[in-house]
Write a protein that binds this ligand. Structure first.
Ligand SMILES: [Zn+2]
Length: 321
């Protein structure tokens, strides 16, 4: 089935090497009240330069699953795609309750939210005519800030909305989980009760969890795992992410996709904690997998065919090809 990119449709076979979870722009709700210094032309030029860099390293598609309330900018994304030659896919969906989930969405039902998602997937976002190509969900608290013991009531509602929008449109679902209280399994339970095909579900941010039982539980149910935070050493060192990845590949689990969750343009001023994190994570950028992680996999004996699967074949199958 056709995929919505910010510049029109493409087919899954057109995707090629895909980074499954990156961000062009991102800001916490409220950033727009702190945007006096936002220089659109300068930010766009920086984004285009970074996209061109990874184009030159062989990346041809870029999924930005920014939720609707975290600084998603469809027009900027379309311009960046046009100027860089990168295929860009953006998302509909809301973030977790700890950091996002606009009040309006707390007050309406799952079917109402699903209707909003479907509209963004089929007609376009706001009045831009730019369609979302993927559905984002998010659960769990914030490491070091809040740790939830279960998926919240509103998050459950948004998971059901995502499932229903997926069934209405065929768009895949991409799930954010936090590393300390990852609810990948519970997320799948809700999707199962909604009749979702797990071949179209990516349980994200798994690489920082480091728990084989968690990985096996998800992969054995047929969903995809996102090893999508390479370079964020403050959450988990790349060595730990790689140890899990090598282990899974060695026993034949390869339904995994790779990314960094990197952000080219952070909106609003940054907190001290975020500035420290950026300083401690010098490899947290779009090019790290091409420059360092794939060579590490090759050095560890991972076959070219497997690397092709992680970067090209798996995204294609996940998008329905
Ligand atoms: Zn993200």
């Amino acid at each position: 089935m056709a995929i919505n990119t910010v510049l029109g449709r493409c087919e899954p076979r057109d995707l090629g090497f895909t980074l499954i979870h990156e961000h062009l722009t991102a800001g916490m709700p409220g950033w727009e009240f702190d945007n006096a210094r936002f220089d659109r032309a300068r930010e766009l030029a920086n984004i285009v330069e970074r996209l061109k860099e990874i184009r030159s390293l062989g990346v041809s598609s870029f999924v930005d699953p920014c939720p609707m309330e975290l600084g998603r900018n469809p027009e900027l994304a379309a311009e960046a795609a046009d100027k860089s030659g990168m295929r860009v896919i953006i998302a509909t969906g809301v973030y977790n309750e700890a950091l996002g989930f606009p009040t309006h969405f707390r007050m309406i039902g799952a079917d109402d939210i699903a209707e909003i998602y479907v509209r963004e997937l089929t007609e376009g976002i706001d009045h831009t005519g730019i369609r979302a190509g993927i559905i984002k969900t998010a659960t769990g608290g914030v490491p070091g800030w809040t740790v939830d013991t279960e998926i919240t009531r509103h998050e459950q509602k948004a998971l059901r909305a995502a499932a229903r929008a997926h069934k209405a449109t065929g768009a895949p679902i991409l799930c954010h989980n936090n590393e300390l209280s990852p609810f990948g399994r519970e997320t799948l339970d809700i999707f199962q009760s909604e009749g979702v095909d797990f071949n179209r579900v990516l349980i994200g941010h798994a690489c920082g969890v480091g728990n084989m039982r968690y990985y096996f539980d998800i992969l054995n149910r047929g969903a995809w795992l996102g090893f999508d935070r390479f370079g964020i050493d403050t959450i988990a060192p790349d060595k730990m992410r790689l140890a899990s990845l090598f282990g899974l590949l060695a026993v034949g689990f390869d339904r995994i996709m790779l990314s960094h969750d990197a952000v080219a343009c952070m909106l609003g001023r940054q907190s001290k904690a975020m500035l420290q994190m950026i300083e401690k994570c010098p490899n947290w950028n779009y090019a790290h997998i091409c420059r360092n992680i794939l060579p590490a996999l090759r050095k560890g004996g991972v076959a070219e065919q497997t690397i092709q699967k992680l970067t090209v074949d798996n995204p294609r199958e996940y998008f329905g090809g």
